[in-house]
Design a protein around this ligand. Structure first.
Ligand code: SAM
Length: 201
């Protein structure tokens, strides 16, 4: 649990939400001991809801890990839709491909293996939704490229901008806090962009 939402509220929200079922539940269960930093079911459901809300047919994800958030996102796609998801760790990318196949979405997911900072130069937009969940140090350096890849009125979702509540207006506590303070440009107004940060996790 993070510092942002009280545990009781987290538990209440989890009880209201559906975990996703099938392969998603399997991955989440299997990850309890393994501890990969996957989004949890509430965030997965939010991602799917947002993608459906903007009628997303092309989605880009930075940071596949083993495909958990990708399965949530792929579930929002209409026939013919496509999720391109980037992962630099080959073993994780392999496992993600297996999980996409198990979830029955492999036909609409392309896993790109390599450093997203390099791969982004070669990918063609526009994307309706981009989910940024890779190395947090690269969030800001990638920002302009990601915005350029979005369609007009497209949606960029960036995970963990509050670092589980570690962010403070005056960074004093830890290297993580200082690192996080560099993320604020993501939420600063730029022309053609409407941005907000949500106190979720
Ligand atoms: C937080 S995990 C992603 C979790 C996944 N989105 C989920 O919720 O199921 C971040 C992943 O991004 C990958 N990653 C970090 N920097 C990257 C980069 N520059 N290019 C591609 N993948 C990267 C890491 O190897 C890691 O597997």
């Amino acid at each position: 649990m993070g510092l942002i939402v009280p545990d009781a509220i987290e538990r209440y929200l989890a009880s209201l939400n559906h975990a996703g079922g099938g392969v998603l539940d399997d991955i989440a269960r299997g990850n309890r001991e393994r501890g990969l930093p996957l989004v949890d079911a509430e965030v997965g459901a939010l991602l799917r809801t947002l993608a459906i809300a903007v009628n997303a047919a092309r989605i880009l994800e930075i940071g596949t890990a083993i495909g958990y958030s990708g399965i949530w996102l792929a579930g929002a796609l209409p026939p013919g839709g496509m999720l391109i998801t980037m992962e630099m760790d080959e073993a994780r990318a392999r496992e993600a491909r297996e999980n996409f196949a198990r979830a029955g979405v492999a036909d609409r997911v392309s896993v790109v293996v390599g450093d997203a900072q390099l791969k982004l130069a070669k990918v063609s937009g526009p994307f309706d939704v981009i989910f940024q969940d890779g190395d947090k140090q690269q969030y800001e350096p990638m920002l302009d490229r990601l915005v350029a890849l979005l369609r007009p009125r497209g949606l960029l979702v960036t995970d963990n901008v509050l670092w589980d509540g570690e962010i403070r207006p005056t960074p004093t506590r830890s290297p993580g806090t200082t690192r996080g303070s560099r993320l604020t440009p993501i939420c600063s107004p730029r022309s053609c962009r409407c941005a907000t940060a949500c106190p979720f996790r």
